[in-house]
Each structure stands twice: as structure tokens, then as C-alpha cells.
Design a protein around this ligand. Structure first.
Ligand code: AMP
Length: 598
């Protein structure tokens, strides 16, 4: 007998998604030919036609009085929301979104959709949950269960699907931290999973913080930039502001993979009878500085949630990222730094809540076998660079990290070290060791003909890995666009025994430690007695001493920053948090290098 169909719906503040389990696989359903996400926006056009999704979002700037956004924030409130000449309850507006998702799913599946699991934030009150339930019913759906968003995320990650058992048959406990940063809301939840029972122990956040605020910061920055050029009327031009808003969002998304973006808007507006064009290079560093206070706030929320759950960081087994804005790279870096563990983003953060809801639906309908399949790279790929401040020591710089969903493209920026340097050699490695020589070199090439520049000439290295394991490497001199590429087929092929033996032999020769040929310890398994860990600790110690010697001679704010880094390194040394030592070391080495140069 076919099990009954129960869809999963993530009814989000900014976007909503619908997913279903068929033949043991979770499928998210396209709502437009090229997107799984339906903007959670409802409007009436001037002819009183109902608009849901992109069309409603597009008219928002021109007809805000005929458009409703972020209705989720109103759920459970006794209010009526104006839409043209009519007024509706939040449940009714949400029902319009749900109805659209239902009909999209029916068209895709070729059958009626009658039952759904809908997700809500963990902090939703009873009234807000009841309103969500009611919205489903108005849309013609039987809401078989309302589940918490972090619970759905944990299900999508398979955390709760495969009950782990101890030898005595008891279930193992797993504590997961779910960091969820969407377009307009942020929350962090501590989730306890025992077998297939998932419980949210604490949830904390800010209902008015998300990727949209990041966009606004960029818009402010762009407006200020134009104002410094004497163009003072930008804010009063609705269409210019709407264009800046869109440009800001796409720049933000590009900066998740690239170190720089060029924001270019021709004929943005007219000022004193002349056209104004915007053309500005914006770096990831500038962007991260703008959003730093928001990121700080989310980090503080983690501590509050842990405190409310009566736990500390060391009790957490896994960290999961949810929500589109959680793709911002500095968030992963901060979380790794603060929590001392890897952060998981393998399941698409925009879609994992809907996927988890669909899994819950399939469990309710009696099917327990479904899992979320994701294509991820099993290897880290990176390049080598001189250790800042030295002219002979090289270190490994990962660019694409293992467990990143593929296809993926990432770019990092590097700098020449010599004045008038004419060429750079690019070496590409596969591997996770912090030591360059313990990784496998899979390709190299030389870019020559660089322009005559002082040291610090920027070279962009882009790695693009496709589903077939083909890695394309491109090096570009940023200033001139001079470019050279190589393609490495089979980049995801596991290193064969012969190649590995060669790598090990090289390490043995270098370290003079014959024992190591018998034993190759991954970095995460390093123990105190391990010579590699000892070596790392000695290097860290030396670097900290060098930094401490510089403290009296540098500016007060640099010294404060340096002290913070030294303190963080000390803490990680005590915890043996080796995965975090390397990036911190680089950060401190970079600072020493630049201070010495200037
Ligand atoms: P959600 O509410 O989960 O759909 O998240 C939407 C937010 O995620 C919006 O602010 C998007 O601009 C943002 N977003 C989507 N993709 C990315 C990305 N690659 N990097 C940074 N932000 C993103």
C-alpha cells in the first residue's frame, strides 16, 4: 500500500518552501522555474489581482500600501492588515502563501495535497502556533503537526533519524546547536536528541535581525559614498533606493565566495540635471566591518541560549547552520573560533527546514527510511603561501573546505612579496593537514608577465569544483585581469596508496621520524604526545613571544587587538583545539607582518 502523502512546509518570514518525500528521497519543489523559494510576500496589483511571491515582492517599492511582507511577525496578534481596500488577519495572509505552495506541489506531483507538517520558530507561543494551524486550514490543508524549525533542521541532518544505541540498549544523547540566520530573523537553539526524540532545550534570538539588515548596512554605505561626491538626493529617489537595495543584496551574496565585488549601477538617478553612475569596488573586509556588531550580537545569543539550557560549549556535539544569511563566511569562522568545533552547512541552509518538515511528514505516514542526500566534497583543496613575515617558510591555505556542498566556487586573495615581482607559482593541494607537506600536491602552474608593482600586488586564486570532481584553478592579477588556468580532472579521486606512501616518505624525511611512516594521524586526533602537536605548539609559542615583544612599540588599538589574539591562542593551546590554532596563528602572523612592514 502506498503511504499517504504529507508535505513539509517552511513558512518563513522572508521566504517559504515546500518539500516532499518520494521513494525514500526528500525533494524540494521548484516554485518558479529557477527557484525553490517563494518570497513570503502578498499583494494586490492595481487591477485588484492577488499577487503572491516574486510579483508581490517586486511591486513592494512602488505600492507598499498594496503589499504585505513579513506577515509571520504578526502571527497570533489580533490585528487586521490592510491590503488595498480590504483588511485581512495574519492567518488569512499566511493562508494565501500556503495555498500557492499547495498548488505548486499539486502541479508538480500530479495529485491533490491535503496534509502538511508546518514549521514554526521554537520561541512561538501557543497563540502563534494556533494561528499557523489555522492558516493551514484556511488554505485547505490538514496540519498534521506543527514542529519547531530547529527540530526540522536536526531531522534534515539525520541527527534524529537513526537512533544511536549504547551497548546496553539505552539511547545516546546528542546535543546540537542550531544557528539560524534568515532574511529577517535570527535564532539559536540548543536541541537535545535522544534516539528519535528531539527536544528544544532553549532558544534565543532577535526577531528583527537578519540578512536584510546586512543589505541595509551596504545601502547606507553606498548612499554615504554618493553623498561624499556631492550627490545628496539619493534617499529621496524611490527607484534609486530600490536599485541600491537589490545591488546590495547581490553584492553581499557574491562576497560569500569572493574577496571583492564591483557594484555598478548606470544611470542610478539624475542629480542637478546630470546622470549619476555608481561604480565602486567593495571588499569582503569592508563588508565584514559593517556587519560586525550584528555578528557579535548573534555570538552573545549563543551564550544566552547555552546558559538557559544549563549547558556550556563543551556539552555541544554538533553545530548546524540554517538560513540563507548563515552562508556569510565570517559567521562560520567566528563560530569555529568561539565554539572550537567544525560547523556543518552541508544541507542547503535555505531548504533544510522544509526538508526536515517533509521527513517528519513521511515518519508520520509510516515511512522511516528517507534521508537527505547531499553532494559534498570529501576533501579540502587549497594552495600554499609564504608564512607572513618570512621569506622561506610556506604554509597550507585551504580554499574549499571538505564537506562543502558541490558544485562550489571560491576565491581567495594573495599578495606578491617582492617589488616588481614578475611571476607567481601556484601549487594546488588536496588534504586537511595543517602542514603543507602532509597534503597531496595535485597540480601547479606559473603565472608570468605580472605588471610592475611594488610588493602587495593582489593575485586572486579561484577554485571551482564540479559534480564530476573536475577542479578548475584560475589565477588572476586583479589589477590587470591577466589570467591563467589549469583543470585538474579527478580531483576527488582518493589519493592512491602509492601517492600516499610518497607523501608520508617525504614527511619522514623532513621530520626524521621513522615512526611516522607507520602512523598518519589526522589533525583532529592529535594527542599531547604527538610530535606534530608539539611542533605546532612550539611554533605558536614562538609567534606569541614575538608578538609580546612588539606590544610596547605599537599603537594602543593594535596592541589591544594583538593581546586579544594572544589570549585566544593561549586558550586554544590549553584546550588542544588544534583545528583553530592554525587560522589564529595566521591571523597573528599577518598582523606582525603588516606592523613590521609599516
Ligand atoms: P532565508 O530567510 O533563510 O531564506 O534567508 C534569506 C536571506 O539569506 C536573505 O537576506 C538573503 O540575501 C540571504 N542569503 C542568501 N544566500 C546568501 C549567501 N550566499 N550569502 C549571504 N547571504 C545570503
Amino acid at each position: 500500500m502506498m503511504s499517504e502523502l504529507i508535505v513539509g512546509i517552511d513558512l518563513g518570514t522572508t521566504n517559504s518552501e515546500i518539500a516532499v518525500v518520494r521513494q525514500g528521497r526528500v525533494e524540494v519543489i521548484f516554485v518558479t522555474p529557477d527557484s525553490f523559494m517563494l518570497p513570503s510576500v502578498v499583494g494586490l496589483d492595481p487591477a485588484n489581482q492577488l499577487l503572491v511571491g516574486d510579483a508581490a515582492r517586486n511591486q513592494y517599492m512602488l505600492h507598499p500600501e498594496r503589499t504585505i511582507r513579513s506577515v509571520k511577525r504578526q502571527m497570533g496578534n489580533e490585528v487586521r492588515l490592510n491590503l488595498g481596500v480590504d483588511a485581512f488577519t495574519p492567518q488569512e495572509i499566511s493562508a494565501m502563501i500556503l495555498r500557492r505552495l499547495k498548488s505548486v506541489a499539486e502541479a508538480y506531483l500530479g495529485q491533490a495535497v491535503k496534509k502538511a507538517v508546518i514549521t514554526v520558530p521554537a520561541f512561538f507561543s501557543d497563540a502563534q502556533r494556533r494561528a499557523t494551524h489555522e492558516a493551514g486550514e484556511i488554505a485547505g490543508l490538514e496540519v498534521v503537526r506543527i514542529i519547531n524549525e530547529p527540530t526540522a533542521a536536526a531531522l534534515a541532518y539525520g541527527e534524529a533519524n537513526s537512533p544511536l544505541k549504547k551497548n546496553n540498549g539505552e539511547s545516546l544523547q546528542n546535543r546540537v546547536l542550531v544557528y539560524d540566520l534568515g532574511g529577517g530573523t535570527f535564532d539559536v537553539s540548543v536541541v537535545l536528541i535522544e534516539g528519535d526524540v528531539v527536544e528544544v532545550l532553549a532558544s534565543h534570538g532577535n526577531n528583527h535581525l537578519g540578512g536584510d539588515d546586512f543589505d541595509s548596512k551596504i545601502v547606507d554605505f553606498l548612499v554615504r559614498h554618493l553623498e561624499t561626491q556631492g550627490i545628496t538626493t539619493v534617499r529621496s529617489s524611490i527607484s534609486a533606493m530600490a536599485r541600491l537595495q537589490r545591488a546590495a543584496e547581490s553584492a553581499k551574496i557574491i562576497l560569500s565566495n569572493e574577496p571583492f565585488v564591483t557594484i555598478s549601477e548606470e544611470y542610478l538617478l539624475e542629480h542637478q540635471g546630470k546622470p549619476v553612475h555608481l561604480n565602486l569596488e567593495f571588499s569582503r573586509q569592508e563588508y565584514e566591518d559593517l556587519i560586525a556588531p550584528y555578528i557579535d550580537e548573534t555570538m552573545e545569543a549563543i551564550q544566552t541560549a547555552l546558559k538557559e539550557a544549563g549547558l556550556s560549549v563543551r556539552h555541544i556535539d554538533r553545530v548546524l547552520l540554517v538560513g540563507g544569511a548563515s552562508r556569510t563566511p565570517c559567521i562560520t569562522e567566528r563560530l569555529k573560533y568561539q565554539l572550537g568545533m567544525d560547523v556543518h552547512a552541508e544541507v542547503n541552509p535555505d531548504l533544510c527546514v522544509a526538508m526536515g518538515a517533509a521527513l517528519q511528514g513521511s515518519i508520520i505516514s509510516g515511512d522511516h527510511r528517507a534521508t537527505v542526500l547531499v553532494d559534498v566534497t570529501p576533501y579540502t583543496f587549497g594552495t600554499s603561501s609564504l608564512v607572513p613575515g618570512t621569506f622561506s617558510e610556506t604554509c597550507y591555505v585551504p580554499i574549499i573546505h571538505k564537506n562543502t556542498p558541490i558544485p562550489v566556487t571560491k576565491t581567495s586573495v594573495f599578495y606578491t612579496i617582492l617589488d616588481q615581482q614578475k611571476e607567481v607559482e601556484i601549487d594546488i593541494y588536496q588534504g586537511d593537514s595543517v602542514y603543507l607537506n602532509e597534503n597531496l600536491k595535485i597540480g601547479d602552474f606559473i603565472v608570468n608577465g605580472l605588471s610592475n608593482r611594488p610588493s602587495g600586488n593582489e593575485i586572486l586564486i579561484n577554485l571551482t569544483l564540479d559534480l564530476n570532481g573536475i577542479l578548475k584553478v584560475t589565477a588572476t592579477e586583479k589589477r590587470t585581469g591577466l589570467q591563467k588556468s589549469i583543470t585538474i580532472n579527478n580531483a576527488m579521486k582518493a589519493a592512491d596508496a602509492g601517492e600516499l606512501a610518497k607523501v608520508r616518505q617525504r614527511i619522514d624525511e623532513l621530520s626524521g621520524d621513522a615512526d611516522r611512516s607507520q602512523r598518519h594521524t589526522p589533525e583532529s586526533e592529535l594527542t599531547d604526545a604527538d610530535p606534530a602537536l608539539q611542533r605546532l605548539k612550539t611554533e605558536v609559542q614562538e609567534l606569541m613571544e614575538k608578538a609580546e615583544r612588539m606590544l610596547p612599540e605599537i599603537a594602543a588599538e593594535d596592541a589591544e587587538e594583538m593581546r586579544r589574539m594572544i589570549q585566544a591562542l593561549k586558550e586554544h593551546l590549553v584546550l588542544n583545539a588544534t583545528a583553530l590554532l592554525q587560522p589564529l596563528m595566521h591571523e597573528l602572523a599577518d598582523m606582525i607582518y603588516y606592523l613590521q612592514r609599516n
